[in-house]
Ligand binder design. Structure first.
Ligand code: C5P
Length: 227
């Protein structure tokens, strides 16, 4: 299991300072909407300067018509990031188009599909999709697998189901992780490290419990000791 730290601080300066304190760890860094919209490619380059071995997950959750998604995927592949994501609800055709467009790029980034956002509970999910969250997450995961993606972003509660029903090699990356039972914030379906292990999760994403901690490096160290 790998740790992916969400760089969701208020400014690039704070995010770079955080990355600097974590420079000796074998971790992934997650760059989301806010940072990328504000700080763009320059931010990615600065992170790689701090430690060229940092792996970067660009969490932009693409959702658009197939051609536009594939265009964006092609541009993302030029940024030197190691992983990015799309929404599975954009559909199988769009996901296939994305994979088709980047398949021949050497060292192409891994591509994951978001199944159900971890901020949804079953009721709020049903309001939109009219289906049970676990079943629909698994069916989104199957679509993503059939479209040739590398894995899914899902909650820890869906990971094992996806591994059992689809493929044990299909990557699961789970946000909403509170490693040692910290405050959930706006997340509805949170899990700790032990549960993530039981669910055969490949990547845990941890944001606030790390970047809001008094000593983020200490928290990362404790997490890595458990992995
Ligand atoms: O602070 P916290 O650990 O809750 O951060 C989780 C991170 O994972 C945030 O950056 C959030 O945008 C992201 N994320 C999520 N749920 C998803 C996909 C991404 O919480 N389904």
């Amino acid at each position: 299991m790998k740790l992916c730290v969400a760089l969701d601080n208020d400014s690039m300066k704070e995010n770079l300072a955080l990355a600097l304190t974590l420079k000796d760890y074998d971790i992934w860094l997650k760059v989301g909407f806010r940072s990328y919209i504000r700080d763009g490619k320059y931010f990615l380059e600065e992170l790689k300067k701090i430690n060229p071995n940092f792996k970067i997950f660009l969490d932009l959750k693409l959702y658009d018509i197939p051609n536009t998604m594939a265009d964006a995927a092609q541009e993302i592949s030029k940024l030197g990031v190691d992983m990015f994501n799309v929404h599975a609800s954009a559909g199988k055709i769009a996901m296939k188009e994305v994979m088709n467009r980047i398949k021949d790029i050497p060292n192409r980034p891994l591509v994951l599909a978001v199944t159900a956002l971890t901020s949804f509970d079953n009721e709020s999910f049903k309001d939109i999709y009219n289906e049970d969250i676990t079943e629909k997450a698994t069916s989104f995961a199957r679509d993503s697998y059939e479209a040739g993606l590398d894995g899914v972003v899902c909650s820890a509660f869906e990971s094992l189901d996806i591994k059992n029903n689809i493929s044990s090699d299909f990557i699961t990356l789970t946000p909403g992780i509170r490693p040692f039972g910290e405050d959930a914030g706006d997340q509805q379906r949170v899990a700790d490290i032990n549960f993530a292990f039981e669910q055969h999760v490949d990547f845990i994403v941890v944001g606030r419990p790390i970047y809001k901690a008094l000593n983020p490096s200490e928290v990362v160290k404790r997490i890595l000791e458990r992995l």
